[in-house]
Design a protein around this ligand. Structure first.
Ligand code: ADP
Length: 228
């Protein structure tokens, strides 16, 4: 590696918003529509926990408590993932950056690659609704499709609409008690990034309390404009 990477114009999008805002759901829809790669630091950290890596071992207790994993660990994980070949198609960052230190590290990383952020989209929601959204959510263990006990149950009970799998899982930190800590962490450490990206001229705000497909259409229009 001599550090002289070829500049790329692959899109870089960021989804901001508290836990439960729908970042993962919308990122997956954008991934399908635009052929981009969803990068969820939450998913990468959960994989590290499952695989028992050193980072995973350090992160587990912090995640279970609803606090933020240290910037060093998360930045290292994200940097490694961004260097993988598929990311050349363009990425949607879901759950990263979550602190100003991470946002600055991301700007540096992208700058080294001749890239920049095309849009940072804030999904605006009411905190009060997030507890219900999170405590009822689950995913297909096979394909990762997201569901909710009340708002988005599988069409056939117990069977994934997408891959027909019958195995589902719930996250260890998706409990009412942990959600409060995660919302506090969002407001204290992540919400300041809204002003950070506004100052860069990259911010878009979307009301994310409505219908999932309507929100996806709004996001699609923002992405088209930002990457035109
Ligand atoms: P959500 O946004 O729904 O809370 P995520 O799957 O994005 O869920 O993250 C789950 C947990 O992983 C967070 O509560 C935090 O402990 C950790 N985490 C994920 N991304 C980051 C990050 N960028 N910085 C620090 N911790 C993170």
């Amino acid at each position: 590696m001599d550090g002289s990477k070829t500049p790329t114009t692959a899109p870089v999008l960021i989804l901001l918003g508290p836990p439960g805002a729908g970042k993962g759901t919308q990122a997956r829809m954008l991934e399908e529509t635009f052929g981009l790669v969803q990068l969820s630091t939450g998913d990468l950290l959960r994989a590290a926990v499952t695989n028992g890596t050193e980072a995973g071992q350090q992160a587990k207790a912090v995640m279970d408590a609803g606090a933020l994993v240290s910037d060093d660990i998360v930045i290292a994980i994200l940097r490694d993932r961004l260097a993988e070949a598929d990311c050349a198609r363009g990425v949607i960052l879901d759950g990263f950056p979550r602190t100003t230190v991470q946002a600055e590290a991301l700007d540096t990383l992208l700058g080294e690659n001749g890239q920049k952020i095309d849009a940072a989209i804030s999904l605006d929601v009411d905190d009060a609704a997030m507890v219900d959204r999170i405590s009822g959510r689950f995913t297909c263990a096979g394909c990762g499709e997201g569901y909710h006990d009340t708002f988005k149950a599988p069409t056939t009970k117990g069977q994934c609409d997408k891959c027909q799998g019958t195995d589902f899982k719930r996250r260890a930190d998706d409990t009412a008690e942990t959600v409060a800590a995660r919302l506090d962490a969002y407001h204290a450490q992540t919400a300041p990034l809204i002003a950070f990206y506004d100052a860069q001229g990259a911010l878009a705000r979307v009301d994310a309390m409505g219908d999932i497909d309507d929100i996806a259409k709004t996001l699609g229009a923002i992405v088209r404009r930002a990457t035109a």
